[in-house]
Design a protein around this ligand. Sequence first.
Ligand SMILES: CC(C)(COP(=O)(O)OP(=O)(O)OC[C@H]1O[C@@H](n2cnc3c(N)ncnc32)[C@H](O)[C@@H]1OP(=O)(O)O)[C@@H](O)C(=O)NCCC(=O)NCCS
Length: 204
Amino acid sequence: MEAPEPWQRPEAWPLPIVTERLVLRAPTHEDAPAIYSAVEANRQNLSKWMPWARSENFSVGQAHYTIERFIRDLNAHPPANMPIFICDRTTGAYQGGTGLHDFHADTQQAETGYWITQDRRGQGVCTEAVVALTRVALRPQSQGGLGLRRIEIRCSADNVASARVAHKAGYQLEGRLRAHRWIDGLGWSDTLIYATTADTWTTP
Ligand SMILES: CC(C)(COP(=O)(O)OP(=O)(O)OC[C@H]1O[C@@H](n2cnc3c(N)ncnc32)[C@H](O)[C@@H]1OP(=O)(O)O)[C@@H](O)C(=O)NCCC(=O)NCCS
């Protein structure tokens, strides 16, 4: 088997990604008030699963700081993180975040994560976003995609909604890290590792 072509940073990220109900796009500083409001309104339910929610975006100014970090991440070479905002296609309203983090250009793989504002949960929004992102991320670079080979989703085994999203988006359960993370109110929780690959993923 031939060694893979080295991964090339695209001149521009393949964003926005438009789906039936959503636009997945790069963050801008104009988003700061919306990010602050969304995180503040969801802080309690996010903090259990996403440690950053306990320490970030406590003001519009801090949201600017987060966005600046995101923009630097997007411009970094090689990239380590590709943050994406999930917005309503019709109204443009901010509905959550996703992206690719732990981006390894050398092995052409990354991890995705996600959150959705509580008022839009249970409507398939996250699954729609993850499917669209996965499609673009695994598409060869010669066809305008990101050319990744493998994407992982890691979530607490107690986070039933997150595991359900991974399953519905066509990721397979590959492993379980026992007593891997602390969840307030639950104790030590197993981490589930879901993954999909360019060779095996089919649109759900
Ligand atoms: C996880 C999260 C992003 C899902 O967003 P969403 O837009 O509601 O996801 P979807 O509607 O696409 O799918 C959610 C699925 O989980 C199911 N679900 C949600 N809560 C559940 C629960 N407590 N028990 C069982 N299933 C549950 C829903 O019924 C749905 O499955 P279905 O379509 O088969 O009915 C959202 O719950 C969230 O933001 N949670 C807080 C942050 C977080 O945990 N992020 C992931 C960190 S790894």
